[in-house]
Ligand binder design. Structure first.
Ligand code: CA
Length: 624
């Protein structure tokens, strides 16, 4: 009997084992490989009900696809040349917030992918930004390292962090979040961090412009949820957040390039051709077709493949990505990288799509041209471009003014063409701009010499004070580059890495090293001056909304005024290294009273004399 029991037991064991193997085998025949879904979720109630859902996985393009709900309709299914992709276009017009399944079927294999349509957030978000703001540009890797444990993240291709100029230094969202008290106290109102999306590249990944995943914040910065917390915390501090986006190109290790849907997703048939950077050809009526083609379709660098925005699938992917970040993280504005290098018409449609969802939103494009005619043609409403060729881009960058501020103040101003006379001349041409108030103005950024080119400049004090005064009182939306307020110096001829120093803020105390006396007297003075003006400018509608009036240079002095209603602010600036006594009679239009308070010193300035005594490179900001 015992043997018989043992025999039956053996048969049972065999059956059970064999049966489970059979079940597993049939399951594996039915299972489909992992599928990456982008965007991973969306929202109900969007202005545009059409949605592209990109499915990426081995052989997914061979699958039949259906949805588990009737509320979402499939508009079309697009199968690119590469069978690892399937583009599902759906219509969500009738859908309420909720979850449905995307059902993939390949023969007997099936896969269900849960997909969320979320309710929209009604909190104060997507606020936009304008001339009432001052933008603070910072480079996250070089700002403040708040979490040393994420400096290197296993599994990513750049495997080290160090303080070498081109290495990852380790700055992150934890450091940025810890700095919010400092930034709010400084008086800026919006933060523009250079891109935070994952750059899984083998080297120089720190700068962020070689994106390898458009839907993920780099884990070395703290990841996506840390970003959302940062945006919420910034809002609690009264600060807006402008996200840096890159539609022109991605990192060469992005799956969209390494395993691309089709060769027409990238320009020049997905093969590297260098752009000449000669983007003036794009608005030049005399330009040859080949120069135009090369400017937009050539690649920025070989490691950054150039997206073909004329491919509607590509542009829909990028447009949705921008809307996803606005809706998910609650950002207030976008800075778009290398703007003219992307296709002008496609980008105009993108601007319109974003504004259709978020009417108050603002976008600034990097329009790096050396003259106002060139820059102005990239701004919405430009009268210089042909009808039907409007860029639709609300805000452009005033690179010409940056160039002038960087050089004019080294010169002795004369009454005609030197020093401040060149600023006067430039501003007198503002009619070329459709909307001068929507120019982003700045002294420097992460790609240029720092305004303080080196620490030895004897005139840093006068030069900087005049530059920051002009920046914060002329038309436009001022932007500071982190460290401007501490007179941090950097010279591009020594490489980009050295323009992007670590910011001396202690994440533990959340204060810059001002108390530790690590800063020079110049840095301390620069900080005090900047903070005073920033705090004065904040909420000052005479500056942000007021009219502008200026006088041609006389006696080496530049005089201009901003006026709104019965309030006026008049700026008087001596552009020479000589004391001056400025005759006042000529300036009656902008000196409505016999005395005024000077914002910089707080003292009362008498204006009833024949002339006004000004010291070397003196500045008066007179409030009436
Ligand atoms: Ca870190």
């Amino acid at each position: 009997m015992k043997n018989r029991h043992f025999y039956l037991f053996l048969v049972w064991v065999c059956f059970t084992l064999f049966g489970s193997v059979l079940v597993r085998a049939s399951e594996s025949r039915r299972a489909l490989p992992a599928v990456k879904v982008q965007p991973a979720f969306w929202w109900s109630g969007m202005h545009n009900p059409h949605l592209q859902i990109m499915l990426y996985g081995e052989g997914v393009g061979h699958c039949e696809v259906s949805l588990s709900t009737d509320a979402v309709a499939i508009d079309s299914v697009v199968r690119p040349a590469n069978a690892n992709y399937l583009l599902l276009y759906v219509n969500t017009a009738e859908a309420r917030a909720g979850r449905f399944d995307i059902v993939l079927r390949d023969g007997k294999k099936t896969k269900r992918i849960a997909y969320d349509l979320r309710p929209r957030d009604t909190k104060t978000r997507a606020q936009g930004f304008d001339a009432s703001d001052v933008v603070y540009l910072l480079m996250p890797d070089r700002f403040v390292n708040g979490d040393r444990s994420n400096d290197v993240v296993k599994g990513l291709k750049e495997t080290t962090a160090s303080q070498e100029p081109d290495a990852r230094h380790g700055g992150d969202l934890a450091g940025m979040t810890a700095s919010l008290d400092y930034l709010a106290d400084l008086g800026i109102t919006a933060i523009w961090p250079t891109p935070l999306l994952t750059n899984d590249m083998p080297s120089t990944s720190y700068h962020g412009y070689a994106i390898t995943d458009y839907y993920e914040i780099d884990p070395r910065f703290g990841g996506t949820e840390a970003y959302c917390r940062f945006v919420d915390e910034a809002h609690r501090h009264g600060l807006k957040v402008i996200q840096d986006m890159v539609f022109n190109h991605c990192g060469a290790d992005n799956f969209l390039f390494t395993d691309r849907p089709a060769d027409d997703w990238f320009n020049c048939g997905s093969r590297y051709v260098q752009t000449s950077y000669r983007i003036s050809a794009l608005t030049d009526a005399y330009a040859s077709a080949s120069d135009r083609h090369n400017a937009t379709d050539g690649w920025f660098v070989e490691a950054m493949p150039d997206f073909n925005q004329r491919n509607p699938h590509v542009m829909t992917y990028l447009t949705q990505n921008s809307i996803w970040w606005i809706e998910y993280a609650g950002i207030d504005g976008i800075r778009q990288d290398t703007y003219p290098y992307a296709d002008r018409r496609a980008m105009a449609e993108w601007n319109k799509a974003v504004r259709a969802e978020y009417p108050h939103f603002n976008i600034v494009g990097e329009t790096w041209l050396g003259h106002n005619v060139g820059v102005s043609q990239w701004q919405k409403g430009s009268k210089l471009v042909a009808q039907g060729d409007d860029s639709e881009l609300p805000t452009v960058m005033d690179f010409p003014l940056m160039g002038l501020l960087g050089s004019c103040l080294d010169e002795e101003t004369n009454d005609w063409d030197r020093g401040l006379a060149r600023i006067y001349e430039y501003l007198s041409q503002d009619a070329v701009y459709a909307d001068p108030a929507h120019l982003l103005t700045f002294l420097d950024n992460h790609d240029t010499d720092r305004f303080a080119r080196n620490n030895e400049q004897a005139d840093i004090k006068h030069r900087y004070r005049q530059a920051i005064t002009l920046l914060l009182t002329l038309r436009g939306i001022p932007q500071l580059y982190y460290g401007d307020e501490l007179a941090m110096a950097g010279n591009k001829s020594r490489g980009d890495g050295l323009l992007r120093q670590n910011f001396p803020l202690d994440p533990a105390t959340t204060k810059p090293a001002l108390e530790g006396e690590k800063l020079t007297a110049t840095a301390r003075e620069t900080y005090d001056f900047t903070r005073r003006l920033l705090r004065w400018r904040k909420g000052n509608t005479t500056i942000s909304e007021g009219t502008f009036k200026h006088y041609a240079i006389q006696h080496g002095c530049y005089v201009y005024a901003r006026q709104k209603g019965d309030k006026m602010v008049t700026i008087i600036m001596n552009g020479t290294n000589q004391p001056s006594c400025l005759p006042l009679k000529r300036y009656a239009e902008v000196l409505p009273k016999s005395e005024a308070i000077d914002v910089i010193t707080g003292r009362t300035v008498k204006l009833d004399g024949e002339c006004l005594q000004l010291g070397v490179r003196d500045i008066l900001i007179l409030e009436f």
